[in-house]
Design a protein around this ligand. Sequence first.
Ligand SMILES: Cc1cc2nc3c(=O)[nH]c(=O)nc-3n(C[C@H](O)[C@H](O)[C@H](O)COP(=O)(O)O)c2cc1C
Length: 418
Amino acid sequence: MVSDIFQAYHLAGVKLKNRILRSATHEGLGDEKGFPLPQLAKKYVSLAKGGVGAIITGEMIVQGNGGSSYYGDLKIDRDESIESYRKLVDAVHAYQTPIFAQLTHCGRQTRSKVTGQKPVAPSAIRDKHYNEEIPKELSEAEIEEIIGNFVAAIIRARAAGFDGVQLHAAHGYLLSQFLSPYMNRRVDKWGGSLENRFRIIQEIFGRATAMVGDYPIIIKINAYDGRKNGMRLEEAVKIARMLQNCGCAAIEISCGIREDNFLTMKNASNPVEAVFHYSFKCQNIPIFLKPILKRSLQKRFAPTPPVRLYNVSAAQTIKAAVSVPVIVVGGIRALGEIEDIITNHKADLVSLSRPFILEPTLVKKFKNGTQTEAKCISCCHCALGIEEGPLRCYFGRLSSDQQAVRSQTTQRPLTTTH
Ligand SMILES: Cc1cc2nc3c(=O)[nH]c(=O)nc-3n(C[C@H](O)[C@H](O)[C@H](O)COP(=O)(O)O)c2cc1C
């Protein structure tokens, strides 16, 4: 059944080259306005040549106060961006590869020191990871503005030629904050019952569909997180049904929020040295405190098995409840694993992130039979390095070469607000 994996798959009218997608991965290749740098097109062309079924871009920010804490955000917050995204899309389409724009507002999971704007959230609850400031609770007018900006971004993505968009409603970003009772404590029509917590997404779908018809809108959601009163599978199943009713074209199943450390992208080894090296939180620690902190972080970042296939059973449960295609992401590394997921109908499609950073031609290798397993070691240094510079694979090392990368990239391009 390996052949099924490599056959074209039709998703809401879009012909995917095969069933193995590149999951959204922040590349840090936005310029000072958040428009894609030419290096991003090069990266995506490598992925397209390397045989991925489709590319989901790294997060693209829809509104000024929704920026991330990472280096080099992409932004799609103004019409002026359309032309540069069109060039990016054309470069990928030259290799018959579809590309979806991932649309994001980071909500409270960010830092005003980076974005220049106070973080906002459904409720004014401090994020225990960022921990520097209490986000501003959104007013109803501000929620309406955000809905409008998601819809405007969808219209821009279509104008730029993207084959569809993906709403980022996973990993503790704004839409995921609304869905989760842990982060959404509102008592108005945007909080409380599941219907109310889902309302912002329903409004985006409803208003976007009125503008762009059957243009494919897919979504990434959490099946669960590690928070008390957070997202649980039973609710994720209900959300999937509600998404189906909204006309959602596919649902990607992920997990975890930023406070959960590496639950979203499980680490196979302890990344504590890299946490010390890259995280803004460890930059100004007095020398005498470092050994104590390191010991406590060693425990906190210890790998939590399973580090492979950790969303597959949740995806399978969700797939059984809906007819809309389900994509599963998280710790998928081997051709045999993909074969099992697809042939046993655990999900319709799979997506991978970290393996493609090291091996953009991985799908081709799987297809040619030259390799059956990704070389990625799930060290997660890539996820830490994006705080300071463009995305790269570190392969578990902190070398002097990487020190040089740090010093070259301390000038963030993230200075404009809009
Ligand atoms: C460096 C890095 C950047 C990421 N950026 C995004 C992003 O922009 N949007 C998103 O939805 N997920 C993002 N993710 C999460 C991945 O898409 C994926 O859900 C997670 O890494 C698990 O998949 P994997 O085991 O194949 O890496 C990122 C992950 C990494 C490691």
